[in-house]
Design a protein around this ligand. Sequence first.
Ligand code: GLN
Length: 536
Amino acid sequence: MAKYIFITGGVVSSLGKGLTAASIGRLLISRGLSIRMQKLDPYLNVDPGTMSPFQHGEVFVTDDGAETDLDLGHYERFTGQRTSRKSNFTAGRIYWEVLKKERRGDYLGGTVQMIPHITDEIKSCIRAQDEDDVDVILCEIGGTVGDIEGLTFLEAIRQIGLEEGRENVCYIHLTYVPFIKAAGEVKTKPSQQSVAKLREIGILPDVLICRTEVDLQDDVRRKLSLFCNVPPHAVIVEKDVTHSIYELPVVLSRQGLDDLLMVHLRLARPPAQLDEWNAMLDRLIHPQGKVRIGVVGKYAELQDAYKSIFEAIQHGALAHGVAVEIIKIPAEELEDDMAADRILSVDGLLIPGGFGGRGVEGKIKAIQMTREHRIPFLGICLGMQCAIIEFARNACGLDGAQSTEFDKDTPHPVVCLMEEQELIQDLGGSMRLGASTTLLQPETKIAGAYGSETIEERHRHRYEVNPAYYDTFREAGLVISGMDGSRQLVESIEIKDHPWFVATQYHPEFKSEPLNPHPLFRDFVGAAMTGSWART
Ligand code: GLN
């Protein structure tokens, strides 16, 4: 039977609960434990798939095709372990299940209520992770303690504490300790109140992790311990890290967090093996040289909208021991000519995925510049589709070529819907999602990068390169370097006479990890480095 660690958040959102949970996951794995990670989101959307990246950040896609919260990306990057559909549940999905059961008559005419029906459903979602080989289930509750919509989730985890026994369940509360400049002091009151709120629900936290921008002195720790009812050694300080989020597991371990969890959960395991992690950190903190990567996106200025992309670029740089400066270029700005200089100043350009036509012409212009000026280029999903449009218009002379996503009446629909997708109306249902096989053509840049001709990567898109144009593209020098398993759909392209111009229909960024940088990001950054040295 697995043990449980629940992570709740207090005072304010955006404290980095996902990163903290992921770091704890890393520590448990480093102690030889087998774990599962899970995020429960109290909002009503059935999944984040249709939510705007403006509000919700990136949608992370799992191997089994679930569209999930971006925290799952942190979990995978920190632990090196795959998440699945069972790793993320929203209140919407839970209510949906309960309502379906009610319609089917499963409740035999009983009154269906928040407690016990919704709470039971939440508990069964949590316990769904308890498979034979699992030692610990780490479950992060989204939102902030005190939110009305989170109440059923807190009630469910309280009940699990009772049912499993307190030595099998650990409650970690992540809180914020602000520094008030005018008073020159840190304040513990918000944390006290947040813990009081938890205790009202019946949850007594075992560990308090305090997010802060300054060091906390012993008297503050003692105060937090006494008023929040946690032993002094269970008050852990999580000050903003200096260099990288990947320092966090080490920061927590130094304060004995993993030891404390072992004692609480009665788990005897050797100390955390963090040698490989520390070696990675060392390379990250002491880079030799720097590379400048431009990212042209619709939401380029938003940190969270392209989370996995930015991380994967970092990993690519880490593979070469260099630092990376990411230059975020809003696509719409490139629609006016003045902005073009910004493209010429980068060492490599990346265009990530996206939906909708806003900024597409700017992306196409940026791609034309990278192709003509031989700047290393990596296009992903919509980035690849834009590369196809650009190539069609400017290398094949197909004027007005476009994706039917943006213009249904284009004379050259070089990117379009496949027939079977045209019939699907439901926004949540028409996408090609999750991992599938790509067959790579030997002796291409991409096959060289992977060192293999059969790969598995994750997808999230509706539109495809139109097969009617394959020959036209090939004649003009485009290499269709990867096809799907049925050899019908384009999965990747490259341009032969270019230092490094690679684009993929799938999303390689989801599978990159700091201990295991993705080969495409590694080689893209490598090509950008060569270019930057050549230019200086
Ligand atoms: N909008 C494009 C499609 O649906 C690309 C999607 C993406 O970039 N994730 O095919």
